[in-house]
Write a protein that binds this ligand. Sequence first.
Ligand code: DGP
Length: 124
Amino acid sequence: MSGQTAADPDCIFCRIVRGELPSRRVFEDPDMIAFHDIKPIAPVHFLIIPRQHLVSLAECDEAHAPLLGRMLAKAGVLAREQGLGGGFRTIINTGRGGGQEVYHLHVHIVGGSRPLGAMLPREG
Ligand code: DGP
């Protein structure tokens, strides 16, 4: 598999996985953890990340499909548990052009008290 190492000692999310940095966890299992985002953009904003260090979605291939599928399959369950039964937005920022800041693959789950607007402003 490409884009994967066992762990990156300098990666913030690897440090959260290892418990070296605090996080408000909402879920964990042998493959993934979920925790609240430190800079929420909505009343509910948490992240689902793989325990293994995957840089981004761009580095994933077919071999990662089971893990990625499990992460997405968990999103709705966790969202409902966090009060987002009315709907939520799922975001995966990928690479510099995609606005990714932390280079450890993560899925944002965002929602809250009112319906979210259009996802991106239209250009031009
Ligand atoms: P992205 O642009 O998709 O790479 O977003 C990274 C997100 O990670 C951003 O919303 C803030 C969040 N984040 C960064 N550092 C930490 C941290 O130390 N703890 C938590 N809980 N979230 C963090």
